[in-house]
Design a protein. Structure first.
Length: 396
């Protein structure tokens, strides 16, 4: 039974996953997320449930993952949850993340209190509603139920988690975007220090020839080169400026120079690095892969390493010192890391891990949804269909 999935086998007699799909198998995570989600939903009032649950899994709002402040968020915000509900919600988030990443997600909203101090002269009394650690929204897309497909989204300023559970067997957790503002200040709360600092450490280790290969442009984009597209295309180019922040703009020539190409990665290949530099590159990539569910991320890590360091590319753009606009990306055949710290004079960091094939579980949904033979095809339908309409015949 699905209720015993934590100890049950994950394979059936058919519908075996491909090697690529096997890396996303995370049945323990799927079931623990499910029972925690069901417990949380059970505490909701009818009004909270109506706001939090979007029954249509294919609702286009599921693909919205922009981490800037927005007036049109779906879901229920933290400030409308009671103490017990908040505990359950944070437990749900914890089931989907390794501890190190979970603590980053806990810390990032607290920087809203720092931003109130930074922006007091700019926004004045509006800050009480604008900058708050409670303006983070939880939404469920689809039916969080046994053997079913659904998605959890936890979204607010500088945090976006999109965790898709397919048939209570596979879990995809990208795009996963985290930000930090400020990055350069007299404070100790710096949750993304490693996510940016490891790249600076790698850049500093490069000799002149390596640096020439790694640096693709002298101007950083305003935000992610791949922007917020739901699925990355064969190539992508950045926008001229980041939405709502036109103070920092780039030219069309900059946009072309910063272009992302899936088949022709920019920057320096990992096999052009020395052994210690390669370890730095692996450490940087691991910092981002560890945003994936604990049950799965080590499998993804092993697959990336099996492809070899030569398949990993490191690219840099903009200033090569802190406190000025800069950008870097790490590209593998499967994953893309982007980090940009350009607006606010290089004191406002956005980072993201993307899966070139499985953002929002696009590939798994197309090939595996509803076909997991571990439980029998169409079990949710057969439970409510008379056996007289679908008789079982045994053949010799």
């Amino acid at each position: 039974m699905a209720h015993d999935l934590i100890t049950a086998p994950t394979r059936g007699t058919g519908g075996e996953p491909t090697d690529a799909a096997a890396a996303y198998e995370a049945p323990r995570t799927a079931t623990r997320m499910l029972v925690t989600a069901m417990g949380l939903l059970d505490t909701f009032t009818p009004e909270q449930r109506a706001a939090a649950v979007v029954a249509d899994f294919d609702d286009p709002r599921r693909l919205d993952w922009d981490i800037i402040p927005r007036p049109d968020r779906t879901g229920v915000p933290l400030h409308r949850l009671d103490r017990h509900q908040k505990v359950l919600l944070w437990d749900l988030v914890r089931t989907a993340l390794p501890m190190r990443t979970f603590t980053k997600v806990l810390a990032i909203p607290q920087l809203e209190h720092v931003l109130r101090d930074y922006e007091h002269d700019f926004l004045g009394p509006a800050l009480q509603a604008w900058r708050t650690s409670d303006s983070y929204f939880v939404t469920f897309f689809g039916r969080p139920g046994f053997e079913d497909t659904w998605m959890l989204r936890f979204l607010g300023h500088h945090v976006c988690l999109n965790v898709t559970v397919v048939d209570e067997r596979w879990v995809c957790a990208t795009p996963v975007a985290l930000g930090q503002q400020p990055t350069e200040y007299d404070g100790v709360l710096k949750p993304l220090a490693d996510d940016e600092g490891t790249a600076f450490e790698l850049l500093a280790s490069l000799d002149d020839a390596q640096r020439e290969g790694a640096v693709i442009h002298d101007v950083a984009p305003a935000d992610f080169v791949t922007r917020q597209v739901p699925r990355i295309g064969a190539f992508e180019q950045p926008d001229h400026y980041d939405l709502g922040m036109p103070q920092y703009t780039i030219t069309d020539a900059d946009r072309v120079a910063l272009r992302f190409s899936r088949d022709e990665p920019s920057g320096l290949a990992g096999d052009a690095l020395g052994p210690q530099q390669q370890e730095l590159l692996w450490r940087l990539l691991d910092c981002y892969l560890a945003r994936l569910p604990e049950e799965a991320w080590l499998k993804h890590r092993a697959a990336v390493r099996a492809a070899g360091i030569g398949s990993v590319h490191f690219a840099w753009a903009g200033a090569q010192r802190r406190g000025e606009p800069h950008y870097f990306r790490v590209q593998t055949p499967r994953f893309l890391v982007e980090a940009v710290n350009a607006v606010a004079g290089g004191n406002h960091l956005h980072t993201v891990l993307r899966d070139l094939d499985q953002d929002f579980a696009a590939g798994l949904l197309a090939t595996h949804r509803g076909s997991d033979a571990s439980w029998g095809r169409g079990h949710l339908d057969t439970r409510t269909t008379s056996s007289a309409d679908n008789p079982l015949e045994l053949r010799p």
